[in-house]
Design a protein around this ligand. Structure first.
Ligand code: MBD
Ligand code: FE
Length: 284
């Protein structure tokens, strides 16, 4: 696929905004806390303005760009790429169990439910390297969590996500599924390894990235949300050791604990296999 027939930012960015509008948002931040947060945010901004002696031309360029981020529907994209990693770090610092990572803009709740041993929804001719992923979900005490949900979503071999690449004919739930673990907390999922992901380049986020001379890539990754009653939901991403951009993720969301190292299949099957499980913290 050439970049000229890739989906427009107005497609994937605006789609992410449409999806986010359906999310129930409720922060309950008291006024004193809100006042302190806004004040500190502005003070941080003032510090940057003084340090770099920001000009009026630059101030206007920022205004124009902020307007465009909204018009392109790219606030979820921009925020999840450049800010979410810090929120994730702070809000999961107390955990004893598995490391998590950011959710990103392309999660969709309600993906088709699949048994513990399953193949992800995919096209008959889905391109890429087949990946067999085996794992177990346990508590921090090591208790297997049967009936846990492993929601898995990821890009295809061209780096596109179903429901966020309009006009490309990708089926609605392609490479999205909700796997339910067996009574031992185990699962075995067959999928296709995703390709690295490039943020859309024709919207405000890509424009900023190019203007700053930054790389627009994320390393290839699998997204998961793991949940079980009485446990904190774990949102994570898994990457591929030695893969491109694992040291240069535009979203700053790679952690050493999240690197997979798939090996050739031992049963003679096509592609690779890997074992990786999850340990969930109890709800406080
Ligand atoms: C992605 O696929 C992603 O995971 C994040 C965090 C940001 C943009 C695109
Ligand atoms: Fe992603």
């Amino acid at each position: 696929m050439s970049h000229t027939d890739a989906p427009a930012a107005a497609a994937s960015g605006a789609r992410a905004t449409d999806k986010f509008r359906h999310k129930e948002v409720r922060a309950d931040t008291p006024p004193e806390r809100l006042s302190a947060i806004i004040n500190d945010t502005l003070q941080g901004l003032f510090e940057v303005i003084r340090r770099h002696k920001i000009t009026y031309a630059e101030y206007d360029a920022v205004k124009a760009w902020l307007i465009k981020v909204g018009e392109d529907g790219e606030w979820p994209l921009w925020l999840d790429v450049f800010v979410e990693h810090e929120v994730e770090e702070v809000s999961t610092a107390h955990r004893q169990g598995s490391k998590g990572s950011i959710e990103g803009p392309y999660y969709v709740p309600g993906a088709p439910e699949l048994p513990a041993r399953a193949r992800m929804p995919m096209r008959p001719d889905e391109k890429g390297t087949p990946l067999l992923w085996k794992g177990q979900v346990t508590s921090v005490e090591g208790t297997p969590l049967g009936g846990a949900q492993v929601e898995l979503w990821h890009a295809d071999d061209d780096g596109y996500y179903s429901q966020f690449a309009e006009g490309m004919g990708i089926p609605e739930w392609n490479l999205r599924g909700t796997i339910v673990t067996d009574e031992e907390g185990r699962f075995e999922i067959q999928t296709m390894q995703p390709a690295p992901y490039a943020i859309p380049m024709d919207g405000a986020t890509g424009q900023m990235t190019v203007a700053a001379g930054w790389s627009p890539f994320r390393p290839a990754h699998l997204h998961v949300k793991v949940s079980a009653p009485g446990h904190e939901q774990l949102t994570a991403q898994l990457y591929f050791r030695g893969g491109e951009y694992t040291d240069d993720d535009i979203a700053s969301a790679v952690k050493p604990e999240l690197l997979l190292d798939p090996q050739p299949r031992t049963d003679g099957g096509a592609g690779k296999e890997v074992t990786y499980g999850f340990v969930l913290d109890p709800v406080a």
